[in-house]
Design a protein around this ligand. Structure first.
Ligand code: R5P
Length: 299
């Protein structure tokens, strides 16, 4: 029987040898049907293979968090620069203009807030409603090692099964409990478990050292969360290092919408993710855009 120390022996990650996915640009998704591939292609850019997701689902556990007090004012101006929007159905229906036509990764797990045990989540949206909203993916939390690990993995597998009926991808969001270390061993395990259970892509945190082991051992794309707000140069550097070490993009929230200039920041993040710009060049772009007189771009 495998034991919890089994990973100690793990060493052969094949770093630098890309996993082949013949005929398709999304890692690990070559064997899916047309609908699933079409939706994944709305998420991952076929040219760069990457994605800039704008995450603003924080309210479902935190209420009106800083920078998200007014989604209509804070987020809608950023929509033209995002590849994918990640949010709840409540915000989608009440605030996001449908004519923006952006793909949506819909938060479909729910059931707890920061005032209780965050790992106690259930399925919060029927797959039929996700489809009614034309979601391109369902996003659910997976709390590996937390009190309610079992229930969150049940939510994950049930969501994947429902998505498989309709060709709707599932994004597993690896949540890290307070008692867990955000290191490559833990995050690598969390991501791999989610992929083994059938998630089409996984969201996790960047870590040092050995993030490249996390991405190498995960057979599907990883996108990174930004985490707590940090200075803009550090956030751009975080995105760069994650991409450089195998992430397929970002699913970033606070470090975009709580930046000094969110519109400039999301464009600087795009430059890192899609154009491979260095953090220095992206910071220059950020400063240039920040100092420009700008007209509001509408959706
Ligand atoms: C948690 O509430 C959500 O999954 C967020 O979407 C996620 O944490 C990414 O946002 P951030 O970049 O702010 O960490």
């Amino acid at each position: 029987m495998p034991d919890v120390d089994g990973q100690k022996a793990s060493k052969d990650y094949g770093i630098g040898i890309p996993q082949e996915t013949p005929g398709f640009h999304v890692k690990g998704s070559g064997s899916y049907d047309w609908g699933m591939k079409h939706r994944l292609s709305r998420i991952f850019n076929a040219r760069s293979g990457r994605v800039v997701m704008l995450a603003f689902d924080h309210g479902y556990i935190m209420g009106p968090t800083s920078g998200l007090e007014r989604v209509d004012l804070n987020i809608v101006p950023l929509i033209p620069y995002a590849d994918v929007l990640m949010c709840t159905r409540g915000i989608l229906r009440s605030v996001i203009p449908p004519q923006c036509a952006k793909p949506v990764a819909l938060r479909t797990s729910a059931g707890a807030t920061i005032l209780t045990d965050l790992s106690k989540e259930l399925i919060g949206v029927d797959v039929e409603d996700a489809l009614r909203l034309n979601a391109m993916a369902q996003a659910v939390m997976a709390y590996i090692g937390a009190t309610h690990e079992h229930e969150t993995l049940d939510v994950l597998t049930t969501t994947i099964d429902a998505g498989m009926k309709y060709g709707l991808p599932t994004l597993a969001v690896t949540a890290v409990g307070k008692e867990m270390a955000r290191d490559a061993r833990y995050l690598g395990m969390s991501c791999r478990v989610c992929a083994e259970l059938g998630a089409q892509f996984v969201k996790t945190y960047y870590c040092e050292p050995d993030f490249e082991q996390v991405t190498a051992a995960c057979p599907v794309p990883i996108v990174i969360a930004g985490g707590k707000k940090i200075p803009e140069p550090d956030a751009l550097s975080l995105a760069y290092k994650a991409i450089d070490q195998g992430a397929a993009g970002v699913d970033m929230g606070r470090n975009i919408f709580a930046a000094d200039d969110p519109v400039a920041m999301i464009q600087a993040v795009r430059a890192v993710v899609h154009e491979g710009e260095t953090p220095q060049r992206a910071l220059e772009l950020y400063e240039t855009l920040k100092n420009e007189k700008r007209e509001t771009v509408t959706v």
